[in-house]
Design a protein around this ligand. Structure first.
Ligand SMILES: [Zn+2]
Ligand SMILES: [Zn+2]
Length: 630
């Protein structure tokens, strides 16, 4: 048989040859370094046979940043972890241990609880295994044999997994540990140059809270020690920038157990919120949106019409009114906007109508899913619904894309898109979805926005474009969304009169570009490490009198800055000037003006956060600040 190599050359192999055979046929060194095969796009264990005519790529230890090569290394490390834990904790039961983004985990049922201190001991045992060296062997056995084997080992979770496994049963063995596993795995442990156990957590068996709670040990592994060090450094930086920590340090917001997942916005946090709100209002007005306000609670009948009762009810907060009536607190604005559009007869001359509303919304997210500002129950979207004719869709989508490019550009961010198509629980026909999906895809291509396909990931009422950005730490975040919908307006019986005096179906584009203010501010806080750009900073300038004698002059400078439209305050002379400069730095205030004996309104000492110091007259300073506004 033949396989095709990445350079398009063909390699002759005996029938049934494996990935490792192919590597050997090319060279001994390649065979030694091989970790995985990519065959016709999918990944495959080196020990498995290749198919005739397949395109084959052999990944080696040199592909140290390839996500698949990292996954096989980390999955193999998870098996080493299980081997170590079984040796150190007799009576422990093993559950599952997959690779995940940035690492791996393994779930265990320990006879007695363990704590963080145990991780060091386990890590030492893994390193001992690595020093000894391990090699993996793979075997395929029958289901009955597998059950018998794991029953004999008293591993009930494995027995259960054999029962629910799809396809053939395979085992991988290294040292004295055999795991039920589909693979793929490394040939041996030589490529594993660095393993680090990173944490402990509780996890229910099969993610089901009625099942036993297991102990999950997290870890990560790399092809080089340097890569591990760089990874740990990034984690440290992410910790320093964690918005939940900076939010408290910078006095922006806090959370309280009396309303989990719902931020309390402090005055300084509200400054950031309102600056974004000001942009939303200004741009909406410039771009032909109409600001509206619709109720927060609606009778269940509305949610039945919209489809949310059937598809989204478990995420809604409900209010029983009397025996017959239940109200739902809105998790989104769309149904209210449908009623608004339907409140009058609409003609083609009225369209498009663009309703905008940044109302507070509530979503009953699971407590375990809540995460600072990025996953909340109390959420404010920069939401809008564009009611338009089929012919108007392309121009409206182009305008949305222009808008989002402007918004993200304010923060130096560039959008990528995920284009999500019809899900299994979709409303409407395939023909309707063909049209809507086609419109969104054409808009992405017309506007040259890079996108990936999320097959089956659309909303139940329509396909969507989710917008993603990469932050300063290289992490990807989802922000806004643009969705094209013909189902919800149809369910509400919404139409418009065409030039032909007949009723036509109206389309709705749902779009939120920041996404939610909460999430966007959380992401911005981490992106900037709390040092917001000048125009967004809660306090833009702090004036520091060197001594009490300079208090009045400093207050007058702050007042003049305030009159010029900037947020300035005075750091009274209650502590040394050095301490107050340091504290302004910790608060990440963009500019600090120090006012002492040598200073006057014609000559101010201005320090820029993270930058240098210069001497400027007050008028020149104000002129400089004006250039930093949006
Ligand atoms: Zn495995
Ligand atoms: Zn909507």
């Amino acid at each position: 048989m033949k396989v095709v190599l990445p350079d398009s050359s063909e390699l002759e192999l005996p029938d049934g040859a494996t990935g490792l055979d192919a590597a050997r046929a090319i060279g001994a060194k390649l065979a030694e370094q091989a970790v995985l095969v990519r065959a016709d796009g999918g990944v495959q264990d080196l020990r498995l046979p290749l198919g005739d005519g397949e395109r084959v790529q052999i990944l080696t230890t040199r592909d140290k940043d390839d996500p698949d090569a990292l996954a096989v290394l980390r999955h193999s490390s998870a098996h080493l972890l299980a081997e170590a834990v079984r040796r150190l904790y007799p009576g422990v039961k093993v559950a599952i241990g997959p690779p995940i983004e940035n690492g791996f985990y393994y779930d265990f049922d320990f006879p007695a609880p363990i704590n963080e201190d145990d991780l060091e001991r386990i890590e030492a045992e893994i390193n001992r295994e690595l020093k000894e060296g391990r090699a993996w062997t793979r075997e395929e056995i029958s289901r009955d044999q597998a059950v018998a084997r794991f029953e004999a080992e008293d591993e009930p979770y494995k027995v259960e997994l054999v029962g629910t496994a799809e396809g053939g049963i395979s085992l991988y063995t290294q040292g004295d540990f055999t795991d039920l596993c589909r693979g793929p795995h490394l040939q041996n442990s030589k490529p594993i140059k660095a393993v680090k156990l990173t944490g402990l957590a509780g996890a229910y068996w099969r993610g089901d809270s009625s099942q036993p709670q297991l102990t999950r040990i997290y870890g990560t592994a790399f092809y080089s020690k340097d890569d591990l060090d760089a990874h740990l450094e990034r984690l440290e930086e992410a910790k320093r920038r964690d918005h939940r920590r900076l939010g408290v340090q910078l006095d922006l917001f806090h959370f309280d157990e009396h309303s989990p997942g719902s931020p309390f916005w402090h005055p300084k946090g509200m400054v950031v919120f309102n600056e974004l709100e000001a942009i939303r209002r200004r741009e909406n007005e410039r771009r032909g949106y109409l600001e509206v306000k619709t109720p927060l609670i609606y009778d269940k009948a509305l949610w039945e019409t919209s489809g949310h009762w059937e598809k989204f009810r478990e995420n809604m907060f409900l209010i029983p009114i009397d025996d017959e009536h239940v109200y739902g607190i809105k998790p989104m604005n769309c149904p209210g906007h449908m009623l608004l559009f339907g409140s009058a007869l609409r003609s083609y001359r009225d369209l498009p109508i663009r309703y905008a509303e940044a109302a507070p919304l509530h979503r009953n997210e699971l407590a375990g899913a809540l995460h600072g500002l990025t996953r909340v129950r109390f959420v404010t979207q920069d939401d809008a619904h564009i009611f338009c004719t089929a012919e108007q869709i392309p121009a409206e989508l182009d305008a949305c894309i222009d808008y989002l490019r402007y918004l993200y550009g304010l923060f130096g961010l560039e959008a990528r898109a995920e284009f999500s198509t019809r899900p299994d629980n979709k409303l409407g026909t395939d023909d309707e979805w063909d049209f809507s999906e086609g419109e969104l895809q054409a808009a992405l291509e017309r506007n040259r926005i890079a996108y990936v396909l999320g097959e089956g990931e659309g909303s139940f009422y329509g396909p969507k474009i989710d917008l993603h950005i990469t932050d300063a730490l290289g992490r990807s975040w989802q922000l806004g969304t643009i969705q094209l919908d013909r189902q919800m307006p149809a369910r509400f019986g919404l139409t418009y009169m065409g030039p032909d005096n007949a009723e036509h179906a109206v389309f709705v584009i749902h779009r939120a570009l920041f996404g939610s203010f909460e999430r966007f501010i959380g992401i911005l806080t981490e992106h900037y490490g709390g040092a917001f750009p000048f125009w967004l900073a809660p306090i833009q300038v702090r004036v520091l009198p060197v001594g009490e004698a300079h208090g009045e002059a400093a207050a007058s400078v702050a007042a003049r800055l305030g009159e010029a439209g900037f947020r300035a305050d005075v750091g009274e002379a209650t502590e040394t000037i050095g301490k107050r400069i340091r504290s302004a730095e910790l608060e990440k205030i963009p500019f600090v003006v120090v006012y002492g004996d040598r200073e006057s309104d014609e000559s101010l000492a201005v320090r820029e956060h993270g930058g240098g110091q210069e001497t400027l007259g007050l008028m020149d300073f104000i002129a400089k600040l004006a250039t930093l506004e949006t």
